[in-house]
Design a protein around this ligand. Structure first.
Ligand SMILES: *[C@@H]1O[C@H](CO)[C@@H](O)[C@H](O)[C@H]1NC(C)=O
Ligand SMILES: *[C@@H]1O[C@H](CO)[C@@H](O)[C@H](O)[C@H]1NC(C)=O
Length: 648
């Protein structure tokens, strides 16, 4: 085996750099001129041909060094740095070890420049295969990086390149030298084509005819915009409010059954499928969440399926976070919003004891005390002055309070009259305020909406929060070091912070949030949809939304890092969003806005039903029962009472 060297350099590929051809093949009978002309031809056809280029080769480097010097001279006036990794003459697997570092550099370059050309030249299947595997695994080749693989190996030896050629912006240049003919074929592999399918030859270069191109073919085709082969893609989805998930039997499907998903998100995936010519199969994540990164670096939920390449993309909008953006590639923004608090409107419940509400407990107590003191006062006056028994008119204050006619004894002194007069005045104010308040309470109800900000929830002694499990927001709460959100995260230790999956939301809403001891903290579209579902079922608004939104986010469809499917999805997602179609689909549900602004005060014009008033009747019944009991007791004690009266 030839001593192996790996050469990496960067240069501007212009007409001058055609001479780099000289480096590509060293053998005298090399096809280098042809190959280089072909590379040049391909590259010149590209609009952005002034991109930096990287050359990877396992060629011996003697001539290479000379060339690099030359290239450096030519390129330095333009201010372009040329870096050269010193060729390593190593034994055994040294190349492969070295390739690892180089691929990281390719990735770095691809990220730093808006475009990049990588030319890989080798006749060693192991080298090519290793380059393909590693660069895919390391996510080194994004769509803006164009790859040309130049080799003299026969097509059948290049099976390992299938992934690279079909799933990246790559073309294969196959130099062929026959008895009389010399030519270079340009091959393209279509995405999602079976591994057994050889790449299509789209053009040929020969010294005499230069180019022969097949019809309608182009170099570096946009093969991810519309799929020619209608592949079946696996799409991760999750149950959202106003969506449904059902399994139906399907003998053609993998497990004999197929997941049917309906709702706005299904419409958008179907739209993408139609635009890009693919069919789709829905799958669910094992823990039914969107997914966050765990301390050990693994991912949960749908993000985990994307990262582990179990799905082609996540078909629902993922809220973007730095960790998610680092783990996958995402389309144009699909949805923006913020997080809101959803609370239960406890006040709307009809309180049959409402007739006690016009006064607070203290006022009731004060009124009772005042009554007793007036009674006592009158008694003391009359006792000290005239008789030894209860005099006529002793219960006048009670009669005044109950608005009965007043016994106004002629023998009363003026101060007794004064006390009773003052009591009358007090009673007048008291009863009038009671009657007025009662009327307004029955007509206009005050509906408290206590949790408008996170601070309100934090300051409350007991109310608990429900956030979405394994969501971007949970990830944020777990990572935050200080401030209000740290306080929110600390509530978990007190049992006042819970995490629910999307599927658990509607149940939690029905029980915990409606009862008023929990609030749901979730993205606006989900809480509004949940509220709309509830109002459609119950016919009234039992929940309110905080006026404050916080933690703004944008969300989009996510796929693997450098997966070119984003190239096809992104313009379609943008069309969906910018036409307003997606927003329309998401919000086109019954009663979507009905409870958006529940008034704090509600005027009622309905007639009062028994449910509103049974408290009063209960009080009456209680009073009558008590009176009956007392009467019975009196009947039993009658003889003794009579004797006591006789003594009077
Ligand atoms: C490469 O060589 C090193 C030692 O030089 C060895 O430890 C390693 O296992 C080899 N790797 C392969 C893939 O052969
Ligand atoms: C979509 O895929 C089918 C099946 O391979 C193919 O016949 C059709 O031409 C494709 N449509 C487009 C617009 O490429």
């Amino acid at each position: 085996m030839v001593a192996v060297a790996l050469l990496t350099w960067l240069f501007f590929l212009n007409t001058q750099s055609l001479r780099s051809a000289a480096l590509l093949r060293q053998s005298s009978e090399s096809t280098a001129p042809e190959a280089l002309a072909a590379v040049q031809g391909v590259w010149a056809s590209q609009r952005q041909y002034q991109c930096p280029a990287l050359l990877l080769s396992d060629n011996p480097s003697q001539v290479a060094l000379t060339f690099v010097k030359e290239a450096e001279e030519k390129l330095s006036p333009r201010g372009i740095a040329v870096f050269l990794a010193a060729p390593q003459h190593t034994q055994g697997n040294g190349t492969l070890v070295y390739l690892k570092g180089t691929i990281d550099k390719v990735r770095q370059m691809g990220g730093a420049w808006h475009c990049l050309l990588v030319v890989v030249v080798s006749d060693d299947p192991a080298f090519l295969s290793d380059f393909a595997q590693r660069s895919l695994r390391r996510h080194a080749l994004r769509w803006s990086t164009r790859i040309l693989v130049l080799t003299r190996l026969p097509l059948t030896h290049l099976g390992d390149l299938h992934g690279l050629l079909s799933n990246r912006n790559a073309m294969l240049l196959l130099a062929h030298r026959g008895q009389k003919t010399r030519d270079v074929g340009v091959y393209v592999a279509m995405p999602f084509s079976p591994i057994t399918k050889l790449p299509n030859r789209v053009a040929s270069w020969s010294p005499s005819k230069t180019w022969t191109q097949t019809l309608q073919s182009q170099f570096f085709p946009d093969k991810f915009i519309v799929f020619a082969s209608a592949p079946t893609l696996t799409v991760a989805v999750e149950l959202m409010p106003h969506h449904s998930l059902t399994w139906v039997d399907d003998p053609l499907a993998k497990e004999g059954r197929r997941l049917v998903y309906t709702g706005a998100l299904d419409k958008s995936v179907t739209y993408l499928a139609k635009a890009m010519n693919f069919t789709h199969r829905y799958v669910l994540s094992s823990d039914r969440t969107f997914g966050t990164i765990m301390p050990d670096g693994s991912w949960t939920g749908m993000m985990g399926m994307v990262v582990r390449e179990e799905v082609d993309f996540g078909g629902v909008p993922f809220m973007l976070s730095p960790a998610r953006a680092a783990a996958g590639d995402y389309t144009a923004m699909m949805w923006t919003g913020n997080v809101m608090i959803l609370g239960g409107l406890g006040g709307l419940k009809i309180d049959p004891w409402g007739f006690l509400l016009p006064f607070t407990l203290i006022v009731w107590a004060a009124a009772l005390t005042a009554l007793l003191s007036v009674l006592a006062l009158l008694e003391i006056f009359s006792f000290s002055l005239s008789s030894k028994t209860l005099h006529r008119g002793a219960f006048s204050p009670v009669r005044v309070l109950l608005q009965q006619d007043v016994v106004w004894p002629a023998e009363w002194w003026w101060w007794e009259r004064l006390v009773l007069g003052l009591w009358m005045l007090t009673t007048l104010v008291l009863t009038r305020s009671y009657a007025g308040n009662l009327m307004s309470l029955l007509a206009v109800r005050y509906v408290p909406q206590p949790f408008q900000t996170l601070r309100d929830v934090l300051d409350h002694p007991s109310v608990a929060m429900i956030w979405q499990k394994y969501s971007k927001n949970e990830e944020f709460l777990r990572g935050v070091q200080s401030g209000m959100f740290r306080e929110v995260a600390d509530l978990e230790k007190k049992g006042r912070l819970k995490f629910n999956t999307q599927t658990q939301f509607s149940n939690s809403l029905d029980t915990l949030v409606r009862a008023g001891d929990h609030v749901l903290v979730e993205i606006d579209t989900t809480v509004k949809n949940l509220m709309a579902l509830d109002v459609s079922k119950k016919g009234r608004c039992d929940f309110y939304l905080s006026r404050d939104g916080f933690l703004p986010f944008s969300s989009s469809i996510i796929s693997q890092k450098t997966n070119p499917i984003i190239q096809g999805l992104s313009p379609r997602v943008m069309a969906l969003t910018e036409s307003g179609l997606f927003r329309y689909w998401m919000q086109d549900v019954p009663n979507f806005t009905r409870c958006n602004n529940v008034p704090k005060k509600v005027a009622f014009s309905t007639t009062l039903s028994f449910t509103n008033l049974w408290g009063v009747f209960a009080l009456l019944a209680g009073g009558l029962t008590a009176a009956l009991v007392v009467w019975c007791l009196e009947l039993l004690n009658l003889p003794t009472k009579k004797s006591s009266w006789k003594t009077v």
